[in-house]
Design a protein around this ligand. Structure first.
Ligand code: SF4
Length: 367
């Protein structure tokens, strides 16, 4: 593998408040800490010596919009030399901190996609999550973004939240559809140790119930014209997340900032989760050689997550093996069971297949 990464991920770990379920690398915003962080981030970015065109850039978090306006402009200016000409440049934002000033800065520095952390459209549930926005803030943030000229907006929703029954979820979906956005991500709630939800004894919903929630979402979003293009992601035609497709196609990417991952050459890299370490200039936590077998596993696992599927030709080019021939019986069985289909020399998951992907992957691994 010698192709250079065409995607760049940048992590901004600061948040205005800490949500009760959150397990991302994040910390409470503190301007002095953020100032130092941006200095180190620039060092890490410069050291990459990116001398070619990138296709996508994604600034995520944390909450990039938790930075104050001055810091936010420092960040966008730092990325600007790499941003000119990229196909997709996304920034994550929280509705309450996506001010007009920040929107104007995003526009000025070439950002063309906004990913808004919505999580729920019920103000009572948002309080339980310890989110600081209301659904009205979401509507206002999107209206402001549209006015300033953003035509590619994504929102996300958490499934299986405490106290949210199917009727409330249906209302959430209808509210999201009413926002008229281009992209919707829905992730089921995972209870991570050390989070407030974990300490409060909140339980995850069962797999069967999660499946019922997915069925409801898939049905409603399909009616609204969204394409279910990845297990947890829906988009209007042509509005797939190009940056995330880099991961799902198992292509290489740069990643900088606290806790960020990267895949370059034959290695996968992971940065430190400690802000003390990071701000002292010690970025890297681990560097792992991707073996031939690991690479195959990643490729199968990731490519079957999307409707673009696993390409037999690319698999052969990459691994020198005939996937179709080597897994003939399993493919035939999954096709017969309606879990996979073969089209134009690609193995593509159906909706049913996406819902039990782990079983399919385990079978291919043990063939
Ligand atoms: S805003 Fe996002 S990153 Fe920050 S605490 Fe909440 S869920 Fe975590």
């Amino acid at each position: 593998m010698t192709n250079k990464p065409s995607a760049l991920y940048i992590h901004i770990p600061f948040c205005e408040h800490i949500c009760n379920y959150c397990d991302f690398p994040k910390l409470q915003f503190f301007a002095a800490l953020a100032d130092q962080y941006l200095i180190r981030l620039k060092e890490e970015l410069t050291a990459l010596q990116i001398d070619h065109s990138l296709k996508t850039i994604y600034i995520g978090g944390g909450t990039p919009t938790a930075l104050n306006d001055e810091e936010f402009e420092i960040l966008l200016k730092m990325v600007w030399p790499y941003a000119q000409g990229v196909q997709e440049y996304s920034v994550e934002a929280n509705p309450e901190s996506l001010s007009e000033e920040k929107l104007l800065l995003l526009k000025k520095y070439g950002v063309n996609r906004i990913s808004l952390g919505v999580e729920s459209t019920d103000d009572r549930i948002l309080k339980i999550l310890n989110r600081r926005h209301t659904f009205k803030n979401v509507q206002e943030a999107i209206a402001n973004a549209r006015e300033i000229g953003f035509d590619n907006i994504s929102v996300d929703l958490i499934l299986g939240l405490p106290q949210v029954d199917k009727q409330m979820l249906l209302k959430d979906i209808q509210n999201l559809i009413s926002l008229n956005v281009e992209h919707i991500s829905c992730y089921s709630l995972t209870i991570h140790p050390h989070t407030k939800f974990y300490l409060d004894g909140i339980q995850e919903v069962s797999d069967d119930y999660t499946r019922e929630l997915y069925d409801l979402i898939a049905q409603e979003l399909k009616k609204a014209g969204f394409i279910h293009y990845e297990v947890s992601n829906w988009a209007k035609p042509g509005r797939f997340s190009e940056h995330n497709l880099t991961y799902w196609k198992d292509n290489q990417y740069y990643g900088i900032g606290l806790g960020a991952s990267a895949f370059k050459g034959k290695y996968r890299y992971k940065n430190t989760n400690s802000i003390t370490e990071y701000n002292a200039g010690r970025f890297l936590k681990s560097k792992e050689l991707v073996t031939y077998d690991d690479d195959k596993t990643y490729y199968i696992m990731l490519s079957l997550r999307t409707i673009f599927g696993l390409s037999f030709d690319e698999y052969e080019k990459r691994f020198g093996e005939d996937f179709e021939k080597n897994h003939k019986e399993s493919i035939a069985r999954f096709v017969k069971e309606g879990l996979l289909k073969v089209e134009n020399r690609h193995l593509i998951p159906t909706y049913e297949g996406m819902m039990i992907l782990d079983t399919i992957i385990v079978q291919f691994m043990s063939d």
